[in-house]
Design a protein. Structure first.
Length: 136
């Protein structure tokens, strides 16, 4: 059920056997993202439950979920980029049907993130799901 952009990340991860290379790839994905404008880094877009500062700004266009995000931590910014590839462009009614844990498990992320990062990732997923649910 994953987006084609996410499947591309899965393919990249299959090619990169070493976790250090995968970690660097996640960071590179984050570096390639457009930064979130400072005007959107406000309390309403800040995600609680993350060790780093994280902002997710939703946008719903013709029933399609979009979001921009940013973080002050490079690895978290990369995780936002991965989530962007998983969720951005889905119909809002489909966002809640994506089992992010299963999809991210295909990347091996569940086994290689610290407890704090894992909790932050869960908080980001919950925020995305809530934003989409609020638009339905």
């Amino acid at each position: 059920m994953a987006q084609a952009a996410f499947e591309e990340v899965v393919g990249d991860f299959e090619f990169l056997e070493d976790w250090e290379d995968r970690y660097r790839h996640v960071i590179e994905l984050g570096k390639a993202m457009e930064p979130l404008p400072d005007a959107l880094k406000v309390p309403a877009t800040k995600v609680d439950g993350c060790a780093s500062q994280v902002w997710l700004h939703p946008g719903i266009n013709a029933g399609t979920y979009h979001f921009q995000g940013d973080s002050d931590a490079m690895i978290v910014r990369g995780l936002i980029a991965v989530l962007h590839r998983l969720y951005d462009g889905l119909p809002v009614s489909e966002v809640g049907r994506v089992d992010a844990r299963v999809e991210l498990g295909r990347l091996g992320l569940n086994d290689h993130l610290s407890a704090q990062r894992s909790n932050g990732l869960t908080a980001m997923i919950e925020r995305i799901r809530a934003q989409a649910a609020g638009a339905v």
